[in-house]
Design a protein. Structure first.
Length: 116
């Protein structure tokens, strides 16, 4: 592996490990949340899948946003080195890449609201 690709690959692996850890933590907290609220039998069967889906939506969108910001940010720095007057356009592009994580968080909240 090239030396310049070791750090992004390591950061991506670290982010994946954190996402998996958060998913496991959310799944372990699920029985405590199920004990505090009264659910019907159908809701108790759906709750684990809803929490898993919400965790996957938030985790994968955060990973995708991190990757997009890395790619767009490195291209933005290169463009700004040549033409500093492109700052406004570059900020918009980086902001759009960051928006992916926000969309995933919104989807996760909608999934959890729907599940009860």
């Amino acid at each position: 592996m090239k030396a310049n690709l070791k750090i992004p690959a390591l950061m991506l692996a670290l982010a994946a490990a954190v996402a998996i850890g958060v998913t496991v933590m959310l799944l372990q907290m699920m029985p405590a949340a199920a004990q505090t609220a009264t659910h019907t039998a159908a809701d108790s069967a759906v709750a684990p899948w809803a929490m898993m889906a919400a965790a996957i939506a938030a985790g994968l969108s955060s990973l995708a946003a991190g990757y997009a910001v890395a790619v767009v940010g490195s291209a933005a720095v290169g463009a700004l080195a040549e033409k500093p007057e492109l700052l406004g356009r570059v900020l918009i592009l980086v902001g759009l890449a960051e928006g992916i994580a926000i969309y995933g968080l919104i989807v996760a909240v909608l999934i959890l609201n729907r599940a009860g």
